[in-house]
Write a protein that binds this ligand. Structure first.
Ligand code: AMP
Ligand code: GLY
Length: 428
């Protein structure tokens, strides 16, 4: 089968890496891919939002399955478009992807289905939102309704910050994403991400992960797409996982089906494990990045038949097995990210790093020059990943590999996995 992966990040490199191992995969292409994906797939210089161009390629090259990585094409209806053209595509329709593309949609669904989440109100006018934050307990969380590259969430700890957040959202800071604003209660607890594969009816739990969204050590600095992740998340015990499936995932999938929008694809639940149990922070309608990287490293089964079964409504037939090991991913980013950064610097040492035992390097924003050199071409550039019998071993291996990367223009966090490590230390 000819498989086409849409996207250009570390997530898509990990998906390509997993799919390329499948005996079912005869040929692998990517739109647009990156410098690492180019080693295992044919990369096409098309825009992931160019649905007509992608459709034409799929027809001409007999693509048997399109696997969509990022949120934007899903929200724009790439799966609806391809399926209408008779091309098989893995991922939710635009209607089902509203679980990610509209925070208000998800919050309303939670209310209707009794799913535990932060108490909230939705606002379409600045005046009403302003009045609401005037006496809301602090901290208060203010969110743009639509997709905002993970940046549309402000946690205000003072009244002045809360009012400023409302002002900038309605002033258009996040474009159309901020025309509607959700204001919600601040949840205390430990965050975890949990992933399921769904065919609309059956939900197959994948695995859990924890990521680090802030740019700098100690979880400080601006929010990013994610600076590192590890799987499993120790806070997701069997009991918590069962509760998440029963109270959050299953009622969500039931509600989507009842609405005529069955969710087929990967459902990524961002959770807060509070003193009173797990609560939903948000959904994403796709694999996380860098969470997919650590999930793929732990997946022992063939991914491709599971994706095909999810699309065809046959997930009941699928069982997946996972390594007991811990996997970790350390993101190396261009200096300046998530703000302005330079492109084009040369990265050396990649081959040396990849020869270390249990180490895998996934590329994100890289490009391969005609002379073979790998250059930085984006904000998040590399994922240095490793597995080990626990977080300490996996993390030690990943940072040993990081030290072999010769790229003065890049930086990474030095504390990925700290929460999991702290748990291991005896309490004082
Ligand atoms: P989101 O884009 O909704 O995932 O929010 C980004 C980050 O903001 C989350 O990963 C949390 O760390 C934080 N966050 C969002 N909503 C809340 C909330 N209600 N309480 C506490 N933290 C939150
Ligand atoms: N790592 C967070 C995300 O993929 O949304």
């Amino acid at each position: 089968m000819h498989v086409l992966v849409i996207g250009s990040g570390g997530r898509e490199h990990a998906l390509c890496w997993a799919i390329a191992k499948s005996p079912l995969c005869g040929r692998l292409s990517a739109v647009p891919g990156n410098g690492g994906i180019a080693e295992i797939a044919t990369c096409l210089l098309l825009d992931p939002l160019d649905f007509a161009g992608i459709t034409a390629f799929c027809r001409a090259e007999n693509v048997g399955l399109v696997v969509v990585g990022p949120d934007a094409p899903l929200a724009e209806g790439i799966v609806d478009h391809l399926e209408a053209a008779g091309i098989k595509a893995f991922g939710p329709t635009a209607g089902a992807a509203r679980l990610e593309s509209s925070k208000g949609f998800t919050k309303d669904l939670c209310t209707d289905a009794g799913i535990p989440t932060a108490r909230y109100q939705r606002f379409a006018s600045a005046a009403a939102a302003m009045a609401y934050v005037k006496d809301h307990p602090l901290p208060v969380v203010i969110k743009a309704d639509g997709l905002a590259l993970g940046k549309g969430v402000i946690i205000a700890t003072t009244r002045a910050e809360a009012e400023a957040a409302v002002s900038i959202m309605f002033a258009g800071e996040f474009g159309a994403a901020g025309h509607t604003v959700v204001i919600e209660e601040f949840l205390e607890g430990e965050e975890a991400s949990f992933f399921v594969l769904s065919d609309g009816e059956t939900a197959l739990p994948l695995a859990s992960a924890q990521d680090h969204k802030r740019a700098f050590d100690g979880d400080t600095g601006p929010n990013t797409g994610g600076m590192g992740a590890y799987s499993p998340a120790p806070v997701m015990t069997e009991a918590v996982t069962a509760q998440v499936m029963r109270a959050i995932i299953t009622p969500t999938l039931d509600a989507m089906r009842a609405m005529g929008c069955p969710f087929k694809g990967v459902l990524y639940a961002g959770l807060m494990i509070t003193a009173t149990g797990p609560k939903l922070i948000e959904y994403n309608a796709r694999f996380g990045d860098p969470e997919a990287q650590v999930l793929m490293l732990r997946l022992k089964s063939d991914l491709l038949p599971a994706l095909i079964a999810a699309r065809e409504g046959r997930l009941k037939e699928i069982a997946l097995s996972w390594s007991e090991e811990t996997a970790i991913s350390v993101v190396m980013a261009s200096r300046g990210y998530p703000g302005r950064y330079q492109k084009g610097s040369v990265i050396k040492g990649l081959d040396k790093a990849a020869t270390l035992p249990n180490v895998t390097v996934f590329h994100a924003g890289t490009q391969r020059r005609s002379d073979g050199a790998v250059t930085a071409n984006g904000g998040r550039v590399l994922n240095i990943c490793a597995t080990g019998s626990g977080i300490a071993e996996a993390r030690g291996r990943a940072y040993d590999a990081v030290r072999l990367i010769d790229w003065p223009e890049g930086f990474c966090r030095n504390d990925i996995g700290w929460r999991a490590l702290v748990r291991l230390e005896p309490k004082a």
